[in-house]
Design a protein around this ligand. Structure first.
Ligand code: NAD
Length: 284
């Protein structure tokens, strides 16, 4: 298999992080990120530790708040309130999902929209829908856009089909691609004749959490395929796309691991830096 078609997320993320590190150093500043995890979910712990390491490597300060599973909502909201006021914290993210005693909507609404570097608050979700330049765009959709632009340049007029309609990937990505002049179709678990629809896509993004569901007969010849899925099967990571099966059919495709994942972290850091600039009224 030649590797020319692979969209190398690790390489692209490294480029983004290096540029950030250079800018932070040149300005002599220290943007601050606060990461909050409630409970002991093993995968979330690994993700959050990776985020902390990545933030510190580009010259940011990162405080990791690891709270017990039984933390009451009021306590989490009080922590967010104090971080909203802290002058050395420019970005706040709360790892989802949260335990059942905590309502995620209350939490996301409590984060100051200026510090909401995940872009999940109702305010930022609305700004993205309105195609406002002030929107903080959720990191995974922002990473997917970066990947698509790296191989296609201008996306105008492309038919993009997104598999999945979650609030953190499918919906914000649909708005983002629409804002970049794609024709967007969103399919989901209740969609009928899904293959017929995905088979017409110039850009196919799989974000459904179904291991290797997308096969070559789901993909138009020459389509760009982005795999957001992260699934663990038999102890190994795999995406929502059957990479080997789809490889010949696609013009470009992203792998799992080493695809969207690293770019998501890089875009989270980008959002934190942009939040720092906004809060200090500095230009990008
Ligand atoms: P989710 O469970 O919230 O949503 C899944 C969506 O897929 C739903 O809208 C559902 O309707 C749709 N779906 C489920 N089964 C389907 C089927 N058989 N056919 C068509 N649609 C189907 O998941 P999510 O949070 O959006 O995450 C999706 C995947 O992306 C997961 O594997 C997750 O781990 C991964 N993810 C990766 C990153 C990253 O950084 N790479 C970030 C977020 C999520």
């Amino acid at each position: 298999m030649n590797r020319e078609k692979i969209i190398d997320g690790k390489f692209l993320a490294q480029k983004v992080r290096q540029k950030l590190a250079e800018e932070i150093k040149a300005r002599g500043v220290c943007p601050g990120l606060a990461v909050i995890l409630v409970g002991d979910d093993e995968a979330s712990l690994i993700y959050d530790r990776n985020k902390k390491k990545a933030a510190e490597a580009v010259g940011m300060k990162c405080d990791f708040y690891h709270l017990p599973e039984t933390t009451p909502e009021t306590e989490l909201l009080a922590l967010i309130d104090s971080l909203n006021r802290a002058e050395d914290v420019h970005g706040i993210l709360v790892q989802l999902p949260l335990p059942p005693q905590i309502n995620p909507q209350n939490v996301l609404s409590a984060i100051s929209p200026l510090k909401d570097v995940d872009g999940f608050s109702p305010c930022n979700a609305g700004l993205l829908m309105a195609n406002s330049a002030d929107a903080v765009v959720a990191a995974t959709p922002k990473g997917v856009l970066y990947m698509l632009q790296s191989v296609l340049g201008n996306l105008s007029g492309k038919h993009a089909v997104i598999i999945g309609r979650s609030n953190i990937v499918g919906k914000p990505l649909a708005a983002l691609l629409l804002n970049h002049n794609c024709t967007v179709t969103v399919v989901h678990s209740k969609t009928e004749n899904i293959k017929e629809i995905t088979g017409r896509a110039d850009i196919l993004v799989a974000a459904c959490g179904c291991p290797r569901m997308v096969k070559k007969d789901w993909v138009k010849k020459g389509a760009v395929v982005i795999d957001v899925g992260i699934n663990r099967t038999e102890g190994k990571l795999c995406g929502d796309v059957d990479f080997e099966d789809v490889y010949a059919q696609a013009s470009y495709l992203s792998p799992v691991p080493g695809g969207v994942g690293p770019l998501t972290v890089a875009m989270l850091l980008t959002n934190t830096f942009e939040a720092f600039l906004k809060q200090n009224r500095l230009k990008n």
